[in-house]
Design a protein around this ligand. Structure first.
Ligand code: ATP
Length: 513
């Protein structure tokens, strides 16, 4: 646990030190759970967004994008159920005065049991080597069976209190499980209350005739209300998708995990409209496709897992999360939801307008079903950043800090150094930079010894360093150094573009899907 916390602290300080993420309004001591992306962070974030957009929109003939406004007609949120049901159950510890999400307290407790099971499995794996059969071990080992039973009972009880909105039962469950406040260590809990997560604001010049509106808590509704406009003007045929990236706002109760849980964040969502009855098929298809997208980035298949929901949201008939192993454990990174026809039907009812598709093959109109893929851009940023940050022992006994970002996502693709600040070397380096910057985001640095400059770029995540030396003036060659392997090669200046492209091109990466 301590190791995980250390790693997370390193992620936070590295993100600040290397210009990735700053606390919002830091000079005023910040605003809780609100962050700013800095000069490198904004590039990484843009590259993640572009990688998603390429895969989801531009590589699919039947998916188009939109960019809807953050403010929407307030009835939207009545129809979607957010005004009445977008609540989190909160509980306070009377001694520490800290506030928690009741469901998260129980889920974290269950996750600890799951980690114990994993530990037993890992130990047995080591002991039995190749002869180890994990399924058999899970089904026969008494410790694992006992713990699994405990987890199943917790899941059942949690689902029950959530479904029945039994707030007293929720509190009792926390007490029965012996869950204590991580800060005070006590079980002196208040009652559980429901708390609506939407931020409200007003439109209008004077208080009397102002209209209450909301900052959207998800981007999806901007897609639903535009469904027919896009279908008609784009002449879209079912099945088809509408995608969007953009800000969403939630007044999160517990906001202590850096950019994992923010009050203002960005989502990348795609709503896929299908014929009723085919939703299960498409749900499975999108689960698989989205996992492949993640795996294409090469961050280790063992760091992802599916979590099928036991408690379904009011709109869903099936739902799963893709969870990622963050420095604080496996947590939701993306949700894939089969949303039925709930949203479109609700908007029909509240607006009095038909939101139906005329199917020429079937010769009838119907309200399509929807399968949604929804990923938090900031969570994806944290997944990439935390997974890439590594400390390496080098052969000479020293260590280096290296940010092994997937090259396709790295803010700068190459850094260009003149070996010394004289003898015409800076001019040649600048010329190379001027040529490469048409194709890649590149960085120029002439300060300090080259070794120090390499280390700075390793820590900033730049995949290539290019050094111009005195020989360059004679043979038009430079040294190119690879961030991950630290291999250095002498290459012709004219070959640089192809060498870099081969490693950073979106096509090469997405073709791994
Ligand atoms: P959680 O259970 O963690 O609160 P959720 O199930 O409410 O998340 P969804 O409503 O399914 O999340 O939103 C889709 C995605 O948006 C999530 O998978 C996550 O990546 C992202 N997301 C949701 N809330 C936040 C937040 N407060 N900060 C950053 N990203 C978020």
């Amino acid at each position: 646990m301590a190791k995980q916390e250390d790693q997370f602290k390193k992620v936070l300080s590295h993100a600040k030190e290397y210009g990735y993420v700053f606390q919002s309004s830091e000079i005023y001591d910040g605003l809780s759970a609100v962050y700013d992306y800095a000069q490198n962070g904004v590039e990484l974030k843009k590259n993640i967004r572009d990688y998603w957009w390429k895969a989801m929109v531009q590589m699919h003939e039947n998916i188009v994008g939109i960019d809807a406004a953050i403010l929407m007609h307030p009835t939207t949120w009545k129809a979607s159920g957010h005004v009445d049901a977008f609540n989190d159950p909160l509980i306070d510890n009377k001694d520490s005065k800290k506030r928690y999400r009741a469901d998260v307290l129980v889920e974290d407790f269950r996750e600890k049991i799951s980690e114990k099971i994993q530990k037993d499995i890992d130990k047995a794996k080591k002991r039995f080597g190749d002869a180890f059969n994990e399924d058999e071990f899970r089904n026969t080992n008494p410790n694992v069976l006992r713990r699994q039973k405990q987890m199943d009972e917790i899941t059942e009880k949690l689902t029950k209190v959530q479904e029945e909105n039994d707030l007293e039962g929720f509190r009792q469950l926390i007490i029965d499980l012996g869950i204590n406040c991580p800060v005070s260590g006590s079980s002196n809990w208040t009652e559980v209350k429901q708390f609506n997560l939407m931020f409200g604001t007003q439109i209008g010049a004077s208080a009397e005739n102002a209209t209450q509106v909301y900052l959207r808590p998800e981007t999806a509704q901007g897609i639903f209300v535009n469904f027919l406009n896009v279908q008609k003007t784009g002449r879209m045929k079912i099945p088809f998708g509408i995608a969007q990236t953009g800000k969403a706002f939630r007044n999160e109760i517990v906001a202590r995990q850096f950019i994992f849980r923010m009050r203002e964040f960005e989502q990348m969502e795609m709503q896929f409209f299908v014929k009723p009855g085919t939703q299960q098929e498409w749900y499975n298809e999108w689960k698989e496709t989205r996992l492949k997208w993640h795996l294409s980035l090469g961050m280790g298949a063992e760091n992802y897992r599916f979590h099928d929901h036991d408690k379904l949201a009011h709109y869903a008939d099936a739902a799963a999360d893709i969870e990622f192993k963050f420095p604080f454990g496996f947590k939701e990174l993306e949700g894939i939801h089969s949303r039925t026809d709930f949203d479109l039907k609700a908007h029909e009812e509240y607006s009095g307008k038909k939101l139906q598709y005329f199917d020429h093959e079937e010769n009838k109109s119907y309200v399509p079903y929807v399968v949604e893929t929804s990923i938090g851009l900031d969570r994806m940023f944290l997944a990439v950043f935390s997974n890439s940050l590594q400390e390496e022992e080098l052969e000479n006994g020293t260590t280096r800090t290296v940010l092994k970002l997937p090259a396709v996502l790295a803010p700068f693709k190459a850094a260009i150094f003149p070996l010394v600040k004289k003898d015409g070397l800076p001019e040649v380096a600048r010329k190379i930079m001027d040529d490469l910057k048409w194709d890649f985001n590149v960085f120029y640095d002439e300060k300090d010894a080259v070794g120090k400059r390499y280390r700075r770029q390793d820590a900033a995540g730049t995949p290539f360093c290019i050094t111009v030396d005195h020989d360059t003036l004679q043979d038009d060659s430079v040294t190119i150094r690879h961030r991950d392997t630290m291999d250095q090669k002498r290459v012709k200046i004219t070959d640089l573009k192809d060498i870099i492209k081969a490693e950073v091109d979106v096509k090469t990466w997405l073709q791994k899907m």
